[in-house]
Design a protein around this ligand. Structure first.
Ligand code: GLU
Length: 547
């Protein structure tokens, strides 16, 4: 077979050769040890935790080593493409502050190793495909879907491995004349790789997380270019990661199955493969058993879930770091205030098997993260969330920003800050009683033993309450009121001899709390009353007493 003639027949319009392409992709000038990583999402409109999981690892590996982190859009599967996805991808990574050094941007590219959208690289792939044909390493296959289905059926009958290989690779040795006739007749074809691999032989490989691995060689004549000349993932990523100088590929472990194909392609091209890191699947507990997070069953797999719920970016990132690196949690305990970029991320601490995603754990991380923020920071993030997801709440928060910030300052700062907020969507229920528009008191929440005394407690308290008190004086007044009404002002006395009292100072406080906040749980009452102010406190005491 004259492979040069075959190459010209299949690719008459490709006049470039690999050297022309290579000239446009000079080796990167980076410091020793610098890693070049990328994320390569397909624009399907669905961004999931796995995307973020990989991206955080990629970003850390690159930026910790003085390397490059870039975005490549893998848009070779037009059927799955959803309009606007590139924008979604860019927005998500911007929100998570994973900054690309280069890659696709909204209206084009940023960087000299592009284009960064695979469909725009068709000529590049075809140049290499033509070159493979010239070496006899690739050939056209004209099989229709029906013909392939028939092969599949026969393989099932004969209990043979499925696929296009060996004797089943029916167009592998088609004579030139016949190929020419079919091409001239306009018959569509895909370009297949001519595999020299055998299942009898093993390929060895070292995954940076999973360690030394071994697989049977690939014996399938996989498709390199589809009939429209657009490459498959296998071929496209090999070409791109080579040209773009990727040193480390972080991707889901579902790609391990086809890794022998990828290694084989790198070898056929004469290129050094990047280092691979196949990340563990994200799992969750379902009752007693673990299972993979599923798009259909688990809303928390989709990244927009976190946005809607109002998880803050650093919380989600911190939690993912705890999943990615087993020593992150200890580091955080030892360095509660350090920026997370100070943590030294390493592939050595990545888990080999399924990472268990636990939303309760995320909530705890989130509470910690939010508890370390200033009231000003909380206000900024909360109001930005509310602007998008709760207009009424947004209007209340921004009507008097100082008031909102004073509310958010309660219990903040100091050694033991309150940890009551995990997500912004909980904030309204946490602080609604500060706003008359949202205040819906539950006057059934008074302690049983106070029911006969509520009115008197509230009226007497309204008479002595003084907003100028400090917190010590404030509590003294409540204790005095307890004594006056036959409630123990000292808890020890009360516990020793409960029969001697109508109740304790805790009951008196609870009555006031229910009247002022409308419920049994609230942040520190002294602080709450300071923020509400005299007018509102008295109004509420009166309203409750009348009820
Ligand atoms: N486009 C592939 C995907 O969507 C990327 C895999 C990779 O990172 O190589 O999963």
């Amino acid at each position: 077979m004259d492979y040069n003639a075959l190459a010209d027949l299949l690719f008459p319009r490709i006049t470039t050769v690999p050297a022309d392409i290579e000239a446009g992709y000079p080796p990167r000038q980076l410091p020793e040890g610098a890693k070049v990583t990328r994320i390569a999402p397909s624009p399907t409109g669905f961004m999931h935790l796995g995307n973020l999981f990989g991206a955080i690892a990629d970003e850390r590996l690159a930026h910790q080593s003085g390397g490059i982190f870039y975005l490549r859009i893998e848009d070779t599967d037009q059927k799955r493409e959803v309009a606007g996805s590139v924008e979604t991808i860019l927005n998500v990574f911007r929100d998570y502050e994973l900054n690309f050094d280069e890659g696709a941007v909204l209206d084009g590219d940023n960087g000299r190793y592009g284009p960064y959208r695979q469909r725009q690289r068709a000529q590049i792939y075809q140049t290499y495909a033509k070159w493979l044909v010239q070496q006899g390493k690739a050939y056209p296959c004209f099989c229709t879907e029906e013909e392939l289905a028939a092969i599949h059926e026969k393989q099932a009958e004969q209990k043979e491995n499925f696929g296009y290989y060996g004797k089943w690779a029916v167009h592998r040795d088609m004579p030139f004349d016949e190929i020419e006739k079919r091409v001239d007749g306009g018959e569509p074809f895909v370009l297949r790789f001519r595999s020299e691999g055998s299942l009898e032989h093993r390929v060895k490989f070292n995954d940076l997380v999973k360690g030394a691995m071994e697989f049977p060689e690939n014996d399938q004549d996989v498709v390199l270019l589809k009939s429209d000349g657009i490459p498959t993932y296998h071929f496209a990523h090999v070409v791109d990661d080579h040209l773009m100088g990727t040193t480390h590929v972080v991707r889901g472990e579902e790609w391990l199955a086809t890794l022998p194909i990828h290694l084989q392609l790198f070898q056929a091209m004469g290129w050094k493969p990047p280092k691979y890191i196949h990340t563990a699947q994200l799992m969750k507990m379902d009752g007693e058993s673990k299972r993979k997070l599923s798009k259909r069953k688990d809303p928390e797999l989709a990244l927009d879930f976190y946005q809607r719920q109002g998880y803050c970016v650093p919380a989600v990132k911190e939690y993912i770091l705890t999943l990615l690196n087993s020593n992150f949690e200890d580091w955080r305990l030892a360095n509660p205030d350090a920026p997370m970029e100070d943590f030294v991320f390493t592939t050595k601490k990545m888990g080999v098997s399924g990472a268990l995603f636990d939303i309760e754990k995320l909530n705890d991380v989130s509470k910690n993260v939010i508890s370390r923020m200033t009231a000003e920071e909380v206000y900024t993030l909360l109001s930005a969330w509310a602007k998008q997801f709760d207009e009424l709440f947004y209007a209340l928060l921004t009507r008097d920003p100082d008031y909102a910030k004073a509310i958010l300052a309660i219990g903040r700062g100091g050694k033991k800050p309150r940890k009551d907020l995990a997500v912004w969507s909980e904030a309204k229920a946490y602080m609604d009683f500060f706003f008359d528009e949202l205040f819906q008191p539950d006057y059934t929440a008074y302690p049983e033993n106070t029911l006969g005394d509520v009115r008197q407690i509230l009226n007497d308290y309204a008479g002595v309450y003084d907003p100028a008190d400090d917190s010590g004086q404030w509590f003294e007044r409540i204790k005095a009121l307890a004594d006056k009404l036959g409630y123990a002002s000292n808890m020890k006395d009360y516990k020793k001899n409960p029969e001697a009292y109508r109740g304790s100072v805790a009951d008196i406080s609870m009555v006031i709390r229910v009247a002022v906040t409308g419920r049994q749980n609230s942040p520190d009452m002294y602080d709450v009353m300071q923020v509400l102010g005299q007018k509102k406190v008295l109004e509420r005491l009166r309203k409750a007493a009348e009820n």
